[in-house]
Design a protein around this ligand. Sequence first.
Ligand SMILES: Cc1cc2nc3c(=O)[nH]c(=O)nc-3n(C[C@H](O)[C@H](O)[C@H](O)COP(=O)(O)OP(=O)(O)OC[C@H]3O[C@@H](n4cnc5c(N)ncnc54)[C@H](O)[C@@H]3O)c2cc1C
Ligand code: SF4
Length: 510
Amino acid sequence: MKKLRLILGDQLNADHQWYDQEDDEVTYCMFEMRQETDYVTHHIQKVLAFFLAMRAFADQLRDRGNRVIYLEIDHPKNLQDLGENIQMLIQRLNIEKFEYQLPDEYRLDQQLKEICGEINVPSEVFDTEHFLTEREEVKDYFGEREFLMERFYRHMRKKYNVLMQGDEPLGGRWNYDRENRKKIPAGVEIPSFNLFETEVGDLMEKIESAGIQTMGRLEDRTLRWPLTREEAKKALDYFIDQLLPNFGKYQDAMTSRSPFLFHSRLSFALNVKLLHPLEVIRAVEERMDGDEEDEKKLTQVEGFIRQILGWREYMRGIYWAKVPEYFTKNYFEHTTPLPSWYWTGETKMNCLHHAINQSLDHAYAHHIQRLMVTGNFALLAGCSPDEVDAWYLGIYIDAIEWVEITNTRGMSQYADGGLLATKPYISSANYINKMSDYCKNCKYDPKKKTGEDACPFNSLYWNFLMKHEKLLEKNHRMSMMYNLLNKMDEEYRKELKKQAEKYLSNIENL
Ligand SMILES: Cc1cc2nc3c(=O)[nH]c(=O)nc-3n(C[C@H](O)[C@H](O)[C@H](O)COP(=O)(O)OP(=O)(O)OC[C@H]3O[C@@H](n4cnc5c(N)ncnc54)[C@H](O)[C@@H]3O)c2cc1C
Ligand code: SF4
């Protein structure tokens, strides 16, 4: 039976059962398509990284003796639409069966179901064999109970026997989060991590001449991301040897000295499935080798494993539990457009200047920059979650909707009203000043709430609390902040509000 098998751009899992045996009846197909480059404005590095990783994967399959049809973005036969390309190949190759792997995005899931209803050959869908949970598993696990990441994470530790001693967590504690909140001291050396340099060749011109809109920058026409499985494994080894020893400790720190600090930069490789999450977890867990250093290592190792075994799987589970309703959630009814400097980095607020410029330069910012700088400001300023989502979905190399929207709309913008986060992730300048070196070189004063050069985060923070008092005052995790607010006299509250309104009306020039 002549089969056509579709491989999407984020399905580069060479260990999938599909490839266990050579089969002359099978043709694999991969497409670079306008429908994927145009659903949001992506960072140029993201488009390049996807296409180059896909091309390398297609070459690898061919080298293993498989038949692969790969339609590049400017291929004359490329119809630029998934359904039309599949229909065209089914007819041209006299295909008798169509097969695909479960997509991670709702829009593609729907589209593929429609395609299967329209083609005149039978179809079959396969698991991607990547995640550690089924699509519906998080939803089924919680049932009627409240979604709680920590509970799910412990369940996963037991299920996969990760960092366990019998039924108990290794070291006696499940979570070392409290130890993971250190600012980075001046003397600590941060490794440079320049492992990969891939020349992008003429692909950049092809993307431009096709008229694809992109954002961001690429230095020296060279990509510095792992694009093949070999490179991804090298990045993992490097992380474990050089970065893991400081990962947990400085996980939340921010510094103008380095965009990456001790973060792994494995998210792209994981999300396109060049790496399997369990392989990453086991490799990191092996660091616990029973010596007297283990207790120290556990803080770093647990801190990292929690992100992948816990957060990553949890976010995917929430996505499949809550889409499509999740797409329109807007708890605070925010409508302000995102300031245009999110696309240029031209703001005088040094924290935002850094977080945005490094995102434009590297298609990367780490978790706390995304959450407590760019996300925090957008929430305090009342920006529309649709615009915030589109920005995050475009700018980051690892942004695929299942993990982007849950983190952005849910965790960062609280647009789901608290399904994902127990309170909004907002802060005044105090937190940014504590966790970074940004404030000391800023035009604004982190200590001032009102008046000339007062840090905008301060008045916006109190203004946000006043504005949403009805929605938030009953949240017990906010009670300390509301107690402080309630102690302020009416005049001071008015002053803060006035200051915030002044900044909001001049948001483009902050
Ligand atoms: C507003 C916002 C948007 C985000 N958008 C994305 C996104 O589009 N794609 C994405 O992969 N991550 C996203 N994250 C999560 C996190 O910021 C990135 O996974 C991380 O910064 C990637 O860099 P790294 O590989 O160096 O991560 P590390 O800090 O080294 O962490 C290791 C791995 O853990 C996983 N991980 C860590 N935190 C999370 C999390 N909250 N959710 C899911 N997985 C996590 C990632 O796979 C990551 O590679 C977002 C976070 C926020 C606050
Ligand atoms: S003073 Fe305010 S705007 Fe400036 S870096 Fe600090 S937090 Fe950011």
